[in-house]
Design a protein around this ligand. Structure first.
Ligand code: HEC
Length: 260
């Protein structure tokens, strides 16, 4: 075995000193690595559960940490309810009564075709709509107040697409054209729309037409008729025959008033 280094050096030569070694991190014990891997994999489990819960259907109400109104206790249709002798949650109409508010308010009997629908249907066989001309008699006087109400409602609900002037160039239309997907809201001054009977326009507001959505949910019946009256006034404003302009003839809305 060789002698230690110092002893082999010639005299007068200082011994070589080495820089101290960087301390090396020791590999953690296998158990730690195993536990780490297990925890990492376990952390995916909630994600998988969330993902599954999003696509799965369940009989139970969803778990809500904050109770919101979506989970309030209630009886759904066709369920049972011990409170009543017949155990039904649905209650039958009391014999001899009719729903309230059948004439004006929504949700009544809505028997009057003209007022509530603007058309009648043939009683038997194939159902065909016949749109009705003129304004129904349940409405208040077709005066300035009524038409101004219609103007206000039109500006709120219709002008976004049809424009304040009814030419079909409202902000929604303009934007849709900018985006390259034109809405094509109709001009209310087209011959086609001018020629529509009042009941047809009422029905367009109620149920929508082709690309236009219905507004029955937002606009009550009387207001829908007020809008029809205003649409007529708008149309007249852009298409008045010279005789009307000269004040020789009563405008159409007055005539409608007289013919009710
Ligand atoms: C969201 C945009 C939008 C709103 C709001 C809107 N409309 Fe329309 N309306 C349209 C579009 C689009 C058409 C054309 C439908 C088609 O031809 O496919 C149309 C068509 C019409 C027509 C012509 C239907 C026909 O062929 O006889 C009338 C009348 C009309 N709208 C009235 C109204 C009135 C009144 C309101 C307000 C209560 C209203 N619209 C609100 C988009 C709208």
């Amino acid at each position: 075995m060789a002698a230690p280094l110092e002893e082999q050096l010639p005299p007068g030569v200082p011994p070589v000193t080495y820089a101290p070694r960087e301390p090396r991190l020791r590999r953690p014990p296998f158990v730690f690595i195993a536990i780490g891997v297990i925890l990492l994999v376990a952390s995916w489990v909630p994600l998988v559960l969330f993902a599954r819960a999003r696509v799965e259907r369940s009989e139970h109400p969803r778990i809500s940490i904050m109770q919101d109104m979506g989970t309030q206790p209630k009886f759904r249709e066709q369920q049972t309810n011990d409170l009543f002798a017949d155990n039904r949650a649905d209650r039958a109409h009391v014999v001899g009564t009719i729903a309230r508010g059948g004439t004006i308010a929504r949700g009544g009997l809505q028997e009057d075709d003209h007022y509530f629908r603007g058309y009648t249907t043939t009683a038997a066989g194939k159902v065909e709509a016949k749109f009705l001309e003129g304004f129904p008699k349940q409405l208040p006087l077709l005066d300035d107040k009524f038409i101004l109400r219609g103007q206000e409602r039109f500006n709120i609900y219709c002008s976004a697409c049809h424009g304040l002037d009814g030419y079909g160039k409202g902000p929604v239309e303009i934007r849709s054209e900018e985006l390259g997907t034109p809405l094509n809201a109709k001009s209310l001054h087209e011959d086609l729309v001018r020629g529509r009977v009042d009941g047809h326009i009422f029905n367009t507001i109620t149920n929508g037409i082709r690309n236009m959505p219905g507004y029955a949910a937002q606009i009550p019946v009387a207001d829908r008729w007020a809008i029809v009256a205003y649409v007529r006034a708008l149309q007249l404003s852009q298409n008045a025959p010279p005789s009307v302009v000269a004040g020789l003839e009563t405008p159409a809305t007055d005539k409608a008033q007289a013919s009710r």
